[in-house]
Design a protein around this ligand. Structure first.
Ligand code: IMP
Ligand code: MG
Length: 186
């Protein structure tokens, strides 16, 4: 089977721009100083949850003025028949001694809350000097597990979004510079 994509169909799945490039930039600029405050002599360790947060982490880390390292973790959610039976697998982990860091988890979105609950539980167990969570988007209406990020840049309605790190259909659309709603939900 040839791997071809119909450009018209590809473009038709981008429904409406929800957050513009300028709005993303402004919000991330504002979040920088808030995260700078977590520095207390120990460096920050930004833990970017892949793949969704790769652009957010890249832009956010350039707004920080305090000593900071970057690490990447890959978390995958698997769902059973009912929405309450999801489990989270860590498919790529970090190996830093977290007691030496103010850890900041950088996530793309809090949806059901399962991914971040699992990641926070795992990292807390490793004794970080401090632990905070920053998320670009929050969809509170979709929560299955009670979870609140320390810093959340945008609250959005229950709509499937693509772009700026978020994939919509078979890994496509992550490179859009803005966030859009989509009809491409898998
Ligand atoms: P959770 O349900 O809070 O565990 O989030 C699971 C993951 O689903 C997120 O980290 C995102 O990568 C992905 N996700 C949730 N909502 C959307 C969306 O609207 N578009 C693309 N990915 C999403
Ligand atoms: Mg994610």
């Amino acid at each position: 089977m040839p791997h071809t994509i119909d450009l018209q169909e590809y473009n038709s799945k981008i429904k409406r721009v929800l957050i513009t490039e300028e709005e993303l930039k402004a919000a991330i600029k504002k979040a920088g100083p808030e995260i700078d405050r977590y520095f207390d002599g120990y460096p920050l360790l930004l833990v970017s949850i892949l793949k969704g947060s790769f652009l957010f982490a890249a832009d956010l880390c350039r707004e920080l003025t305090v000593p900071c390292e970057i690490a990447f973790m890959c978390a995958r959610s698997y769902y059973g028949n009912t929405s309450s039976t999801g489990t989270v697998n860590i498919t790529m982990d970090i190996d830093q001694d977290l007691s030496r860091y103010n850890v900041v988890i950088v996530e793309d979105i809090v949806d059901s809350g399962r991914t971040l609950t699992a990641v926070v539980d795992l990292l807390k167990y490793r004794n970080p000097h401090s632990l905070h969570v920053v998320t670009l988007l929050d969809k509170p209406s979709r929560r299955v597990v009670d979870f609140k990020a320390d810093i959340s840049l945008f609250t959005i309605p229950d709509e499937f979004v693509i772009g700026y790190g978020f994939d919509g259909d078979k890994e496509l659309y992550r490179n859009l510079p803005y966030i859009a709603t989509s009809s491409a939900e898998e």
